[in-house]
Design a binder for this molecule. Structure first.
Ligand SMILES: Nc1ncnc2c1ncn2[C@@H]1O[C@H](COP(=O)(O)OP(=O)(O)OP(=O)(O)O)[C@@H](O)[C@H]1O
Length: 240
C-alpha cells in the first residue's frame, strides 16, 4: 500500500479558462501504491486537475512523475509514461463491442502477450464484461459502461490510474462492483488518483485525501483526519 517515495508531484498548478482562474496554485504529492482521493463540490476543479495531469489543458506550474517533468509530454506520451485517465464522460466508442473497446486501450502497446494477459485480467476483474464481449458499448448500462471505461484504462497498462467520478449516477449495487475492483487493483500495487464528489466513497478507499474548493486545496491529510474533521463531516459526509 502506501509507500514513502513521492510518485506524482504537482507543484503550484494554475489553470485558466480565459479570465476564469480554475486552479489557483494546487500542490500535491502522491505516493507509489496509495489511493489518493480528491474531493470537493461541483466546479471545484477536480476534473481540471486531472485534465492538466493528462495534458489535456494548458497549465502553469510543474507536474513530475517519478522525477520526470511532464510539462512537454503529449497526452499519448503521458499514457506511455504510465499515467492513464478514465474520464468522467467515459469516452467509449459507442458502436464498438466491449472487446474492441478494450483493445483500443492497448493501442499504444506492442507487447502482444502481455496485452492478452491483461485482457483476461480485465475479464476476471469484471465478469459482466466477459459475458458481454461482443455487445456494443452504447447498449450497455451505465454501470457496465463504467466498468468498460476502467477496463479500457487498465488495457493501457497504467502505473497510476486516474478515475474521475467513477460512481457518478450509478446504483449502489454497481458501486459495490466498482468498489471491489478498486480494492483488488490497489492490493496488486496500482496507484489510484480518485476524484469524487461522493466523499463517502472516497473516504472509504483513500489512504490520503485533499479537499479542493474553488480551485484551492483547503485541507489535505490521511483519511482518519478527514473522518474526524468537523467541517468535512458537516459539509461533505452524509449527503450521499
Ligand atoms: N472548458 C472550460 N471552459 C471554461 N470553463 C471551464 C471549462 N472547464 C471547466 N471550467 C470551469 O472551471 C471550474 C472547475 O471545473 P471542473 O470541471 O474542473 O470542476 P469539478 O470539480 O471537476 O466539478 P464536477 O464535479 O462538476 O466535475 C468550473 O468553474 C468550471 O465551470
Amino acid at each position: 500500500m502506501s509507500g514513502s517515495q513521492p510518485h506524482l508531484e504537482i507543484d503550484d498548478l494554475h489553470v485558466y479558462y480565459g479570465k476564469a482562474h480554475a486552479l489557483k496554485g494546487v500542490s500535491l504529492s502522491i505516493d507509489e501504491g496509495e489511493i489518493f482521493g480528491v474531493i470537493g463540490p461541483n466546479g471545484a476543479g477536480k476534473t481540471t486537475m486531472l485534465n492538466a495531469i493528462a495534458n489535456f489543458v494548458d497549465y502553469e506550474g510543474t507536474i513530475r512523475y517519478g522525477g520526470t517533468d511532464l510539462t512537454s509530454h503529449s497526452p499519448r506520451e503521458i499514457v506511455q509514461d504510465g499515467l492513464v485517465y478514465c474520464t468522467e464522460d467515459r469516452d467509449l466508442f459507442p458502436f464498438f463491442s466491449v472487446h474492441e473497446n478494450l483493445l483500443m486501450g492497448a493501442q499504444f502497446r506492442d507487447d502482444d502477450d502481455a496485452v492478452q494477459a491483461d485482457l483476461e485480467m480485465v475479464y476476471d476483474l469484471f465478469p459482466k464484461l466477459d459475458q458481454r464481449r461482443e455487445q456494443e458499448a452504447e447498449t450497455m448500462s451505465g454501470g457496465e459502461q463504467q466498468m468498460l471505461a476502467i477496463g479500457r484504462a487498465l488495457m493501457s497498462d497504467p502505473d497510476v490510474l486516474m478515475l474521475d467520478e467513477p460512481t457518478l449516477g450509478l446504483a449502489p449495487i454497481i458501486i459495490e462492483d466498482i468498489n471491489d475492483a478498486i480494492e483488488t487493483l490497489n492490493a496488486e500495487g496500482l496507484t489510484i488518483l480518485l476524484a469524487e464528489q461522493n466523499s463517502t466513497f472516497a473516504l472509504r478507499h483513500a489512504d490520503r485525501l485533499a479537499l479542493l474548493e474553488t480551485g484551492t486545496i483547503e485541507l489535505s491529510g490521511p483519511a482518519d483526519e478527514f473522518q474526524d474533521n468537523d467541517y468535512i463531516q458537516e459539509a461533505y459526509i452524509g449527503i450521499h
